[in-house]
Ligand binder design. Structure first.
Ligand code: DAH
Length: 356
């Protein structure tokens, strides 16, 4: 044909170039780029050539249109063939490979915070001894936080230096002991409660202090509760929590709401790496005592008839000792590399990485 339209030649040159490019393409993504650049409806090069059709005489248009359709079809086939070739030879087609022998990816699932784990463990022990759970508000009044607990407002703990006041006589509770008062106000003895919760103090934020921390309060009141019940219950708790070899010591102390008062220390048996068992130092785990009769009277109980004991402990400190954590602040930083060490349902990010 002598009168071949120049557009037909352009189309044929483009076909040759495109077929070479398709054969050389390295991966599925690049293949897609090629497809769009040749066959794309708007920006594609064949569409661009066909836009010149309008300038041709009416009888010249059909052969150019027919040639354009042939080239399009030829390129479509080449693209498909190249894609099929890449997927059978294992080259990346951009589509996800299904390799059923790969290890499964770990699902990212949450875990229970180490301090809450300790609270749960302590709760389980007291629950089995017949305690029930109690709670109170974190914002409370001077009456519940101090006065009803036989603590005068000129006591150093009631000072603004130590306690966070919200307004006038309303404050963030500085201990969980107000839950004792709130429970006794609502219920007659026998009382046997455990009350975990957050407390707040105007304190520094360092390795051994945090201005917010958890406490666990306990209270038992009934007719005939004696110092023997008090010692036996807390010793039983310590042996269940730290193991049967644990020694327990009650050191005389002072709290306004108990008389007599004690600080309870434990000496744990520790298993060394080589299997030998050694005794730890004495560590203080709680404040405790026999409920002061003034507290019982403040809630309208007959202090001649009822007696009781109470205790308060810090689960974060206990978690620190249990897990050998060097700094209380680590419990607040929410670093998953730290937190993931405390539960098996929460795979560490190192496992996560190696599996992906
Ligand atoms: N409320 C005390 C504190 O925060 C701890 C405490 C001591 C609680 C003796 C008690 C107790 O119930 O009997 O330091």
């Amino acid at each position: 044909m002598t009168h071949q339209n120049p557009l037909i030649q352009t189309l044929q040159e483009l076909e040759t170039e495109a077929l070479d490019a398709i054969r050389a393409v390295p991966d599925g993504d690049a293949l897609e780029v090629l497809r769009v650049s040749y066959l794309g409806r708007k920006e594609g090069r064949i569409s661009g050539i066909l836009r010149g059709l309008g300038a041709l005489a009416a009888d010249e248009r059909p052969p150019v249109g027919a040639e354009a359709n042939r080239v399009k079809e030829s390129l479509r086939e080449a693209l498909e063939a190249r894609e099929a070739e890449m997927s059978t030879s294992g080259e990346d087609t951009g589509a996800p490979a299904e390799d059923l022998t790969l290890p499964a990816r770990h699902r990212w699932s949450g875990g229970i915070h180490p301090v809450n784990q300790v609270i749960d463990e302590i709760w389980t022990i007291f629950q089995s001894m017949g305690f029930v759970r109690a709670r109170g508000p974190e914002a409370d009044t001077e009456w519940y936080n101090f006065l009803a607990l036989n603590t005068p407002l000129d006591h150093p703990a009631a000072d603004e230096q130590d306690t966070l006041y919200l307004k006038d006589s309303v404050l963030l509770r500085s201990h969980t002991s107000p839950v004792q008062v709130r429970t006794m106000e609502k219920h007659e003895p026998p009382i046997r409660i455990l009350a975990p919760g957050m407390v707040y103090r105007r304190d520094s934020y360092d390795a051994t202090h945090t201005p917010a921390f958890a406490q666990i309060e306990g209270l038992v009141v009934d007719e005939g509760i004696s110092f023997v019940d008090f010692k036996a219950t807390l010793a039983e708790f310590a042996r269940r929590f730290w193991g049967p070899g644990t020694k327990v010591r009650f050191r005389p102390s002072f709290f306004p709401f108990t008389e007599p008062s004690a600080e309870v220390d434990v000496k744990r048996m520790i298993t060394m790496k080589d299997g030998t068992r050694v005794e730890s130092d004495w560590i203080e785990i709680m404040g405790a005592g026999m409920v002061d009769p003034n507290v019982l009277e403040n809630v309208g109980y007959d202090a001649e008839r009822y007696t009781g004991f109470a205790f308060g402990m810090g689960p974060a400190r206990i978690a620190l000792l249990k897990y050998g954590v060097p700094d209380l602040r680590m419990f607040f930083q929410n670093d998953v590399r730290f937190l993931s060490q405390f539960t098996s349902q929460f795979p560490s990010q190192f496992t996560e990485r190696s599996a992906t």
